[in-house]
Design a binder for this molecule. Structure first.
Ligand SMILES: Cc1cc2nc3c(=O)[nH]c(=O)nc-3n(C[C@H](O)[C@H](O)[C@H](O)COP(=O)(O)OP(=O)(O)OC[C@H]3O[C@@H](n4cnc5c(N)ncnc54)[C@H](O)[C@@H]3O)c2cc1C
Length: 297
């Protein structure tokens, strides 16, 4: 499908320049990172921007830095940047696995993590990991900066707390202080470029603190706080896993759509929990588990 809509195209070289252009156009402008969502939105007439601000030439946005306080991902960080990083694979396994699950190499080479959370489609794969790592979104506009915890970022499907004159400069992630391990489970209809029917991120620490977050089974991705509360401080056993599974329907609100029925999504979340929790604990105990495939794929 061709793009039937005309817009001005800008390719600023600096973040300052980008915020200047954005301040002129406001709501009528759309920042472009990888374009894997934006171009589809424009082609389908879902949005009709007067200006597209291509951020790819802004070098400051291409950062993947491990700092004392955690990991910083600049807005131009692609899923391939994460998949190709041995440090991410070793230190932020849950994030690495969610990046690996996105579409195909071609899409991952262009698609950014920040574009993923700005599109804010309910099935976005980056969200469970970012929620489990207590990520913070860094926003910049002409003359001001602010930070938003990821738990508050998602407002509704395709709606975030980003204001029209703001650019997301990057995301920072914090790991739990204690030894921990994580896993990402994704159900898709087939191997290849399919969005999640359901996704679950799990982090567990040696002090038995559990962090869990779903995507694709509610209007916005979110942490499963009642399950986290039930599990807190406890070692896993089959009865506890059953109790967790029984709580799942209170934590999710799946819909029927072309990808799946609500009933199947609920069932598969229980299966993911049954497999994912022991697998995360096994990893905590040093067991190497291969998990780069997509369930159902
Ligand atoms: C074939 C195909 C398969 C896909 N499979 C998956 C999948 O498996 N999992 C998944 O999660 N997603 C998938 N997607 C969706 C898409 O690839 C992701 O959402 C991607 O992460 C979007 O990133 P992007 O850099 O391409 O964003 P863009 O398309 O450039 O932008 C997306 C949105 O974010 C805004 N934006 C981008 N950067 C910024 C910024 N720095 N500041 C403010 N706003 C910004 C744009 O204006 C736009 O509204 C798929 C898409 C396609 C086409």
């Amino acid at each position: 499908m061709a793009i039937a809509h005309e817009y001005e195209y800008f390719a600023p070289a600096s973040l300052f320049e980008a915020t200047q252009i954005l301040s002129q156009f406001g709501k009528k402008a759309a920042p472009l990172a990888g374009g894997t969502d934006l171009i589809v939105f424009i082609k389908e007439g879902m949005i009709t921007p007067a200006a597209v601000i291509d951020l790819k030439r802004v070098k400051d946005l291409k950062a993947l830095e491990i700092k004392a306080e955690g990991l910083f991902l600049g807005a131009n960080t692609t899923f391939s940047d994460l998949v190709n990083s041995q440090i991410i694979k070793r230190e932020y396994r849950l994030l690495w696995e969610s990046a690996h699950s996105v579409a195909s190499v071609g899409i991952r080479n262009r698609a950014t993590v920040v574009g993923n959370i700005c599109s804010a489609i309910p099935s976005m794969d980056a969200a469970p990991a970012l929620l489990c790592y207590d990520a913070v979104v860094h926003l910049i506009s002409l003359g001001s900066e602010r930070e938003v915890p990821i738990q508050q970022w998602f407002v509704a499907p395709r709606k975030t707390l980003r204001k029209p004159d703001e650019i997301v400069a990057g995301i920072s992630l914090k790991k739990p202080a204690d030894k921990h391990a994580g896993i990402y489970l994704k159900l898709g209809r087939y191997k290849g470029e399919d969005l999640a029917q359901a996704g679950l991120g799990i982090l567990v620490t040696e002090k038995w603190e559990y962090r869990l977050a779903f995507c694709a089974v509610a209007p916005i991705p979110a942490r499963a706080s009642s399950i986290e509360g039930l599990l807190f401080g406890k070692k896993l056993n089959p009865e506890l896993i059953l109790q967790v599974q029984n709580l799942i329907p209170t934590e999710i609100a799946p819909i029927n759509d072309i990808r799946s029925s609500a009933r199947y999504r609920t069932h598969i979340c229980k299966v993911m929990m049954q497999r994912g929790l022991p697998a995360a604990v096994d990893r905590l105990n040093g067991v190497e588990i291969d998990n780069t495939g997509i369930l159902g794929g």
